[in-house]
Design a protein around this ligand. Structure first.
Ligand SMILES: C[S@@+](CC[C@H](N)C(=O)[O-])C[C@H]1O[C@@H](n2cnc3c(N)ncnc32)[C@H](O)[C@@H]1O
Length: 470
């Protein structure tokens, strides 16, 4: 069938079409951008600079979506809810290019108009053209001045807009960065939100016993990490293509997560380590793989618990060949025999500390997500303490700095169970890593270059009688 003349002009460019389709999948099917994008690039044979451009557009637009919508609504003089969603995807893409990339205005507008025209025809293309031309009359700073709350009146709201975070999340960061003595300053909050809005570096973990970080850095052209002895920062490229990763000598893992697993293996015990280690929330198996490699060296064994069958499968793949047994079970009622020496509770959480890695996540999460997760976290931590032997070591961690998920959970469980909070800081060894409770650790992207992981070290005290007469 011949298309009408107005539909028969320039072909749409492949990179922008991929980015548009990622936005569509995220919106229509709740997909994860970082899973959809690589598949589309592969299927459509988009490679090299085009792939890099599609990635920047798709991820950048997802990250900034809420703020782009405010600009679009102002330029279109109507709420975005009244704009056709497929057209809105392209308007977001165009607005992102205009305000946050070096793409020239003409190219940003005309390629967006082409995308709309190829699917929806001349009328919507005209609307797209008018809105984007309006957007292009100001730069990012001018739109921020116009639409964000004034910095003097509402610092958090202003910075949330500037660094494209929902206001409630910026508020959580501000609370987590404050101490009882001192509210976080503007400079630090700005640094935290800016770092969280950046694309994160890829961190590799060199599997202990198989390859050292120095060797991995040499074969990948990377740089040895600052904090974890297993970490290598990868300068670029697809980690899946690296021989060391294909041969399971290395994996992709944020340096903060490496520090959590390592801390558990280093924690002092009261009494001997009998080699019974437990990872109670193990899927998809990143920390279980590092714990498994460390257990292999220490002649220990890891039980890994995960209720979701498909995630349990991912643990099996990640820990293949290591002394790890996977149990498909609910960690609150796992049926495992108590008496573990070392337990990790890397609890399901809001993930507010790893928003950098999940471009769309910040606009999906809501404050209502927090309370049910806190309940689950408390139940899991309580169940884990029931499986720990007296004098054993338990690490509770979250990839969230939300005070309710960190301080709140630990304080409540310590009060309810009589567990003892110990000093985790020497096990992690970072600067400026003090957490919200004495002895806990809070990592931050802007301070440590890691995800915002929280960890606390707990034990069940050994009864005095067990130590025998002094
Ligand atoms: C933050 S993730 C753990 C990440 C993992 N430690 C890693 O490094 O790859 C939390 C995990 O807990 C699992 N989970 C959810 N509810 C659970 C429960 N009731 N018991 C045990 N695990 C649960 C989730 O499916 C998810 O895989």
């Amino acid at each position: 069938m011949t298309r009408p003349a107005h539909l028969r002009d320039k072909p749409v460019d492949a990179a922008r079409a991929v980015a548009r389709d990622v936005l569509r999948a995220v919106r229509e099917r709740d997909s994860y951008a970082n899973l959809v994008l690589p598949r589309l690039l592969r299927e459509r044979h988009v490679t090299g600079r085009d792939a890099a451009f599609a990635t920047e557009l798709a991820y950048g637009t997802c990250r900034a979506a809420g703020v782009l919508d405010e600009v679009i609504a102002a330029a279109a003089r109507r709420p975005v809810a009244e704009i056709d969603p497929t057209l809105l995807d392209v308007l977001r893409l165009g607005t992102y290019q205009l305000l946050r990339t070096r793409v020239g205005s003409h190219a940003a507008v005309s390629t967006s108009v082409d995308l709309v025209r190829s699917e929806a025809g001349q009328g919507p293309a005209g609307f797209c053209n008018a809105v984007l031309r309006k957007v292009s009359q100001r730069d990012d700073d001018m739109w921020t001045d116009e639409l964000a709350p004034p910095i003097g009146e509402d610092l958090v709201g202003h910075l949330a807009f500037r660094y494209a975070h929902p206001r409630w999340i910026a508020e959580v960061f501000a609370d987590a960065l404050s101490t009882p003595q001192r509210r976080v300053g503007a400079g630090e909050l700005q640094a935290a939100l800016a770092a969280d809005d950046d694309r994160p570096a890829v961190h590799l973990v060199a599997r202990p016993g198989l390859i050292t970080a120095d060797e991995l850095a040499a074969v990948t052209g990377g740089e040895v990490g600052r904090w974890s002895p297993y970490c290598v920062y990868l300068p670029g490229g697809d980690p899946g293509e690296l021989e060391a990763v294909r041969e399971h000598m290395a994996g992709v893992q944020d340096e903060g997560s490496q520090l959590v697993a390592r801390a558990l293996s280093l924690a002092p015990l009261d009494g001997p380590d009998t080699g019974r280690w437990l990872d109670l929330c193990a899927g998809p198996g990143g920390k279980a793989a590092l714990l498994g490699a460390l257990a292999d060296i220490d002649l220990a064994h890891v039980d890994a618990v995960e209720p979701a069958e498909h995630r349990a499968d991912l643990i099996r793949q990640a820990t293949d060949g290591l002394p790890v047994t996977v149990h498909v079970a609910d960690g609150r009622d796992s049926g495992l025999t108590p008496g573990y020496d070392r337990i990790l509770v890397d609890a399901p959480c809001t993930g507010l500390g790893s928003l950098r890695r999940r471009p769309e996540a910040r606009w999906r999460r809501t404050p209502d997500d927090v309370a049910p997760l806190v309940t689950l976290q408390r139940e899991l931590l309580t169940a884990a303490l029931g499986l720990l032997r007296p004098g054993g070591a338990l690490i509770y961690s979250t990839c969230s700095p939300h005070p309710a998920e960190t301080r709140g959970v630990v304080e409540a469980v310590v009060a309810e169970t009589g567990a003892q909070l110990l000093d985790a800081r020497p096990l992690v060894g970072v600067e400026s890593g003090d957490g919200p409770l004495e002895g806990t650790v809070q990592l931050w992207p802007h301070r440590h270059g890691t995800d915002a992981m929280f960890l606390a070290l707990l034990t069940v005290p050994v009864p005095d009688s067990a130590h025998g007469p002094s």
